[in-house]
Design a protein around this ligand. Sequence first.
Ligand SMILES: [Zn+2]
Ligand SMILES: [Zn+2]
Length: 165
Amino acid sequence: MKIKISTLSEGRHFYNFEIPASEVDLSTEFKENLKVGVQLEKTKNHLVITSNIEIKHNSQCDRCLKNFEQILTTQYNMLYVYDIEHKDEYNEDVVTVIPKEVDIIDITRDVKEYSLLAVPLKNVCRGECEGLCTHCGKDLNIEKCECETNSIDPRWLELKRIIKN
Ligand SMILES: [Zn+2]
Ligand SMILES: [Zn+2]
């Protein structure tokens, strides 16, 4: 995902990229095409890039362990400054320092990083997913089981055992 900037006029420019996730070296967790909409604003001294990323993720439900697809969207901003002499003074998470004569900027690495960050820590196939019985392992979306422990908080189970003894 390369943008030629040397010949760009000052002002706003828009780009759309659509490339296979595998080409960005994103693991097989991601499917099909990665879509990136880029807004670039150029002034005399810097460039600001705002990228909107959309990607299909192959997730596994934390409750029922089924695989499902979800579309993840994320956005990031990156400031590019022509100030190579003070390179080390910038926070490289939000600023990329480039030499004045740079011809092309490549946003691939940032897009990849932010795509990975967009993956939620918790994945649930649907809000009302019943999950698996922690006792017998049955998928409670398909059938109910007879386990009495099913709805009991494990801490209460412990208490029950103590009372029984
Ligand atoms: Zn589920
Ligand atoms: Zn059960």
